[in-house]
Design a protein around this ligand. Structure first.
Ligand code: HEM
Length: 324
């Protein structure tokens, strides 16, 4: 009789089998999303979404960084389930999202286009994941691209209170930011790499005001950069400033060179160059080949966080509202 069925087997005998089962379970969770998910239900889904998203980016280029951030804020709260897309009262009311999260019209445009061809088939969560990939592709001049695994379903809960502690703040310490990412299964390396999203887009002057005025924080800036920012952001200004001072509209590794030159915009950006664990990762990510491949891998991993699949959740008809 095999040793796994004898009554005298000890718990440790089962450990290899248990580990194998856990590994199988983990890989089946990861593979719940597939690239050709809509192949039979809506064969042109990816083409329709691509066309609508790119048109919306052409209409308002500043929306492209916005949708990348929307996907990040979606995935970190209840997984990538489009919970952040629901209109107020919702996650949109949380401080991390209110007034600054933007680009929702891109997802609306894609949803309207897809509903005309394939009603009730394609989730808002998948549209958001695809829009973020198309944003990265566009902003990297086509260098960073991948086929998005699909099959997410939309959540039925969206609460501002749940955002607290899940989306890092620019004033958070590196230790806090690391644990925010660890909470959704992302490593410190992946955190530093995804922070490369800050090589595009803008922040409000209000977001960096404390860094400009607090003497200790101000001393972490390059002096000329700080002087320029003070001119752009006088106290009380509601203007926006580029997150990447060197190549503001290009998603690339230059963000990390800015940090080394003490030209990171947010306190949390510059902190990555100060923390002893993240500093060597910043240095490695200045290599474009290293950054490009790690960024794509981390985006795919982020897009898998806590996804709803199968018969879970719903396929929303309007990304801003739960189905009646
Ligand atoms: C590491 C921790 C992070 C912190 C503390 C953080 C914080 C912020 C803040 C405060 C802003 C500016 C908000 C404003 O003033 O308008 C911002 C913008 C942005 N963030 Fe992050 N973020 C983090 C990670 C990420 C990640 C992982 C991504 C995507 C992969 C990302 C993508 C963006 C983009 C693209 C913008 C510009 C959005 C626009 O132009 O509308 N961020 N972030």
């Amino acid at each position: 009789m095999g040793k796994f069925v004898t009554a005298s087997s000890s718990a440790s005998d089962f450990l290899p089998v248990l580990l194998m089962m856990v590994a199988l379970l983990a890989s089946s969770v990861e593979s719940q999303l597939v690239a050709n998910f809509y192949e039979s239900s809506c064969p042109n889904a990816e083409a329709i979404i691509t066309s609508a998203v790119n048109s919306a980016f052409n209409a308002r280029p500043a929306a492209a960084p916005g949708v990348l951030r929307i996907h990040f804020h979606d995935c970190f709260v209840r997984g990538c389930d489009a919970s952040v897309l629901i209109d107020s009262p919702s996650e949109k009311d949380a401080a991390a999202n209110a007034n600054s999260l933007q680009g929702f019209e891109v997802i609306d445009a894609a949803k309207t286009a897809i509903e005309k061809q394939c009603p009730g088939i394609v989730s808002c969560a998948d549209i958001s994941a695809m829009a973020s990939q198309l944003s990265v592709k566009r902003l990297s001049g086509g260098r960073l691209t991948w086929r998005v695994p699909l099959g997410r379903r939309d959540g039925v809960v969206s609460s501002a209170a749940e955002v607290t502690g899940k989306i890092p703040a620019p004033t958070d310490t590196v230790a806090t930011i690391k644990s925010t990412f660890a909470a959704v299964g992302l490593s410190t390396d992946e955190m530093v790499t995804l922070a490369g999203g800050h090589s595009v887009g803008v922040a409000g002057c209000g977001t960096i005001q404390n860094r400009l005025t607090d003497a200790t924080l101000a001393s972490t800036f390059d002096a000329n950069f700080a002087a320029a920012l003070k001119r752009q952001c006088p106290t009380g200004s509601t203007s926006k400033v580029n997150l990447d001072v060197t190549t503001p509209n290009r998603l690339d590794e230059v963000y990390y060179r800015n940090l080394q030159a003490r030209k990171g915009l947010l306190q949390s950006d510059q902190a990555l160059q100060i923390d002893p664990e993240t500093q060597p990762i910043v240095a490695r990510n200045t290599n474009p080949a290293v950054f490009n491949s790690k960024f794509v891998a981390a985006m795919i991993k982020m897009g898998n966080i806590g996804v709803l699949t199968g018969s879970q959740g719903q396929i929303r008809l309007n990304c801003r509202k739960f189905n009646a």
